[in-house]
Design a protein around this ligand. Structure first.
Ligand code: 13P
Length: 210
């Protein structure tokens, strides 16, 4: 897709996320890799009302070169792009259930949500750690995200929300939606000894669907 098509798609997918309650107010930010840099949502913008022409443009070194002032969390996106060659887009949300899981003190912080369903495994993968709390916009979280992102397509920022990478913009958005559903299921069945997929079933899904 060319830059203009990606601008339109980003605004369309962001509006869809907003309309369905995955993001409220001006929460969340989305970026996509271009051949010569990146597009990212402007800081303090609502995902429901983005102007495709005013998305912030960054060069290949993540410097602001066009459009409105970029998200204050450019470094969060940069951490994923620099850790993962396969990252073509990154979505950060404050979606309710994933954020709820990020607030739980008694979960396995290295991988809090078990593989309950195939699509969570297929979209998000085997591993999704919780990164310790940092203030939104605090660039100090970049090294922690970068390290985690080498082994994970998604992370949960403690008491803040998920950050999810995908090969394409559509993939990243689908993964963020699956993550939210998995978090909801996890909260629903927690304490009821739910059956998770076995290691062999997880391996089979990743072998088959990548
Ligand atoms: P920005 O408006 O700067 O992108 O920040 C929104 C956000 O989600 C903070 O976590």
């Amino acid at each position: 897709m060319n830059e203009q098509e990606l601008r339109l798609l980003l605004a369309e997918l962001a509006a869809s996320l907003f309309a369905r309650g995955y993001s409220v107010g001006s929460a969340g930010n989305i970026s996509v890799r271009l051949s010569d840099g990146y597009l990212i949502t402007p800081t303090n913008s609502s995902l429901g009302r983005l102007d495709p022409a005013r998305l912030a443009k960054l060069d290949a070194d993540f410097r602001h070169v066009g459009g409105d002032r970029p998200s204050k969390e450019v470094f969060m996106h940069r951490a994923f792009y620099q850790a993962r060659e396969d990252a073509g887009a990154v979505v950060h949300l404050h979606s309710t259930c994933a954020t709820a899981v990020s607030c739980l003190p008694d979960v396995d912080a290295s991988n809090p949500i078990p593989p309950l369903t195939p699509y969570f495994v297929m979209r998000v993968g085997r591993q999704m750690p919780i990164i310790p709390y940092y203030r939104p916009g605090d660039a100090a979280m970049e090294p922690a995200i970068n390290t985690a992102a080498r082994d994970a397509r998604a992370v949960l920022l403690a008491n803040h929300g998920p950050v999810v990478a995908g090969k394409t913009l559509t993939d990243a958005v689908c993964a963020a939606e699956e993550l939210e559903e998995a978090a909801k299921l996890f909260l629903m069945v927690r304490g009821q000894s739910p059956r998770s997929l076995s290691a062999a079933q997880v391996d089979d899904l990743l072998r088959t669907f990548g």
